[in-house]
Design a protein. Structure first.
Length: 231
């Protein structure tokens, strides 16, 4: 009985030392790490304008191809005593436009009209067979209507007001958001795009922006599991 008690006590002590050693190792490895986030948080130099959860919308593991539109998640916090406006956004991967159901596209420009040639004049040196000559051209100068682009309306003019001590959310799930229109190169998960946000009070914030990380890993097909995972 005594030998059994000594054995149990020794086993308990060994287990306690093992657990304490494992715990110490975990603290050493993780104490300097930050939890992963889906977007970037960045402030202006004076801290009065704050951008939160800035990231491009995740689509799939393949990312985006050249020419695609890439929606942006963005929250803007204004800590000023007066309203400010976001008046410009640029990126090194393509032009940035305002998009969404609540966006009014720019009015189409009307091409200048040209005076129609006079029908009363006859061509010089050209005899008329029937006593009158037609001077009207057969080619039509009326411009054809352009096709309506697919997707939500967009507008290259960015002018978004953020009231004093207020928050504005621009997100693809809402009526307004920002997007890169016509991506200049492929953009895959793990890549970042350098972007600059300009406000009418002179504030400018430049930051790298990543593709958002999905909150849960993609589903795996049964073919991806090995035999050991089925046991």
């Amino acid at each position: 009985m005594r030998s059994a008690a000594v054995f149990v006590a020794s086993a308990a002590m060994a287990a306690g030392l093992l657990l304490s050693g494992c715990g110490a190792g975990q603290v050493t490895q993780t104490e300097g790490q930050n939890p992963p986030i889906s977007g970037v948080n960045v402030d202006s130099e004076d801290g009065t304008v704050q951008l939160r959860n800035v990231s491009f919308q995740y689509n799939d593991p393949a990312g985006y191809e050249t020419g695609d539109s890439v929606p942006l998640h963005l929250r803007i916090i204004n800590r000023n005593e007066k309203a400010i406006r976001l008046v410009g956004v640029t990126s090194d991967a393509g032009p940035v436009v305002l998009a969404g159901r609540g966006v009014t596209p720019p009015a189409p420009t009307t091409p200048p009209t040209t005076a129609a040639p006079s029908a009363s004049g006859s061509a010089s040196g050209s005899p008329s067979a029937s006593g009158s000559a037609s001077a009207s051209g057969s080619a039509s100068t009326t411009p054809s209507a352009s096709a309506t682009p697919s997707g939500p309306p967009t507008n290259p003019t960015i002018n978004i007001e953020i009231a004093a001590h207020d928050l504005v959310v621009l997100d693809p799930s809402l009526d307004r958001y920002l997007q890169i229109s016509g991506l200049s190169e492929e953009l895959k998960p793990g890549d970042t795009v350098q972007m600059t946000f300009r406000f009418d009070d002179g504030t400018s914030i430049t930051t790298p922006v990543p593709i958002a990380v999905p909150m849960s890993p993609p589903a795996r097909s049964p073919m991806e599991f090995d035999e050991g995972e089925h046991e």
